[in-house]
Design a protein around this ligand. Structure first.
Ligand code: UGA
Ligand code: MN
Length: 368
């Protein structure tokens, strides 16, 4: 064994010319084995590469397979989400049905940290009243920590509105105050001739002053007429208002949209064709105020004396608000989240003809 170490073998190493090596004779056989091993190694490397390639391909194909069943925006994924949403809605509507049946408003639909949104709605007895209130209450049901202040333009609270509120599942306060006949619109008068809902909104402001404590009052007051269309996003936008929040209103004043003019995040004026010189040229639906403003200005109210179209601006002026106080909502006033839709007057021509002929009204014994 020791002798073998003295023999010298010339080994041709590919690419390196001839080199003198000290590999002993006894390893001659194992050299062949080495080259075989090298070949085996190469095959092994090739095999490993193939396996790695195969695994990679499998992985990618697998991802594609997964995509098929669950990747967002795939058809299956959307179908699954739709099914889950449907099941959740079903559950929610069943719970709401139970709450209504038990006669308990979901006062627990309250979060201690969320400011309350006080929604003030004047309403009057016209054929479309219930339809408007049902539509509005369906919207409000989606909003947590909401308190509906609904004020009937009537001497007494009606059974129709009382029942609707009891069954609504909303947290509410029901008030009534009648607009004196001389201040009321006559059937032939154009809509704009007399201000509407003035005494009713004032009754709600008085209720807030009588029932909330300044120290812990935390919330926002929004004047939401019964016939507008409200996006749920609007309520999220207004909830954190500290002074006065403003935003665009769609389909109002004879144009597609009226809105605050915003420069560098501040309101600089108003984009409206009619009297943009008003200090606050916004529709009732285009602003909300922090409830502290109502409590800190105990005499601020809507005025029956206000010039036509000046109800809103006159109220905000009494509250000592300036343009600088305005908080710009709805993505710097670039989004329409409320529409001044107006419910068409009910067409009851046939009902009148039937009445003249002494026939009974179609709504005898059924509330419409
Ligand atoms: C527009 C504004 O959007 C109102 O906020 C504003 O009060 C009104 O003009 C005005 O200038 O006085 P518009 O759609 O023309 O509103 O008015 P309505 O929707 O007919 O009335 C506003 C609110 O007052 C409604 O909630 C309605 O139910 C109530 N209302 C109307 C009464 O309580 N009594 C009435 O005799 C008429
Ligand atoms: Mn209206």
């Amino acid at each position: 064994m020791g002798q073998a170490h003295h023999k010298v073998q010339v080994v041709q190493i590919p690419g390196q010319g001839s080199t003198t090596s000290t590999i002993p004779q006894a390893t001659k056989m194992s050299l062949r084995q080495i080259s075989a091993a090298l070949r085996r190694r190469n095959s092994l490397i090739l095999l490993l590469c193939l396996v790695a390639f195969y695994l990679l391909w499998f992985q990618l194909a697998g991802v594609r397979l997964l995509e098929g069943s669950g990747h967002p925006h795939s058809d299956q994924w959307e179908e699954r989400v739709a099914k889950e949403l449907y099941a959740m809605r079903l559950q929610a509507s069943e719970m709401r049905r139970q709450l209504t049946r038990l006669g308990s408003a979901p006062a627990h639909w309250r979060h201690p940290d969320l400011p309350t949104i006080f929604v003030v709605t004047p309403t009057h007895a016209i054929p479309t009243q219930k339809a408007d209130l049902v539509r509005l209450s369906n919207t409000l049901l989606h909003v947590p920590n909401l308190h509906w202040l609904i004020v009937e333009d009537a001497d007494h609270k009606s059974e129709l509105v009382s029942r609707l509120l009891r069954r609504s599942g909303l947290v509410y306060t029901h008030l009534s105050v009648a607009t004196p006949p001389e201040l009321k619109l006559q059937p032939k008068d154009p809509r704009w001739k007399k201000p509407r809902g003035v005494l009713q909104r004032n009754a709600a402001l008085s209720w807030l002053r009588e029932n909330l404590e300044i120290v812990d009052a935390n919330g926002v007051v929004y004047f939401a007429d019964d016939d507008n269309t409200y996006s749920l996003e609007l309520f999220t936008e207004m909830r954190d208002i500290q002074s006065v929040g403003v935003w665009p209103v769609g389909l109002v004043g004879g144009v597609m949209v009226e809105r605050p003019l915003v420069d560098n995040g501040r309101v600089t004026g108003w984009l409206t064709p009619w009297r943009p010189d008003r200090a606050f040229a916004t529709d009732m639906a285009g602003f909300a105020v922090n409830v502290r403003l109502v409590l800190n200005h105990p005499t601020a109210s809507f005025s029956i004396e206000s010039q036509r179209g000046f109800l809103e601006t006159d109220l905000l002026t009494q509250m000592g608000v300036t343009l600088d106080d305005l908080e710009v909502k709805a993505d710097l006033c670039t989004k329409v989240l409320v529409w001044h839709t107006q419910t068409a007057k009910a067409d009851l021509k046939i009902e009148k003809i039937m009445e003249q002929k002494g026939k009974p009204a179609t709504n005898v014994g059924i509330e419409v």
